[in-house]
Design a binder for this molecule. Structure first.
Ligand SMILES: [Zn+2]
Length: 64
């Protein structure tokens, strides 16, 4: 259900499905934008996992 905000609203407290809690979201043109929380956090869990895997492979090159 999309919320409609006043034009002057630039951010709003909303529930984020990714963060699984109430977080600050950007609002532009009265519409809810991206969540500020996971922007600040940087890479997602999935991205972190991939990075870790790449590091492991660097440290332990595969032996054939
Ligand atoms: Zn979020």
């Amino acid at each position: 259900m999309p919320h409609h905000y006043q034009k002057w609203v630039t951010e709003a407290y909303e529930f984020c499905n990714t963060c699984n809690r109430l977080t600050m979201h950007y609002v532009s043109d009265g519409r809810r934008g991206r969540c500020k929380e996971h922007e600040a956090k940087g890479p997602t869990k999935a991205q972190q996992k991939r990075q870790e895997q790449q590091e492991k492979e660097k440290q332990n090159p595969r032996l054939f």
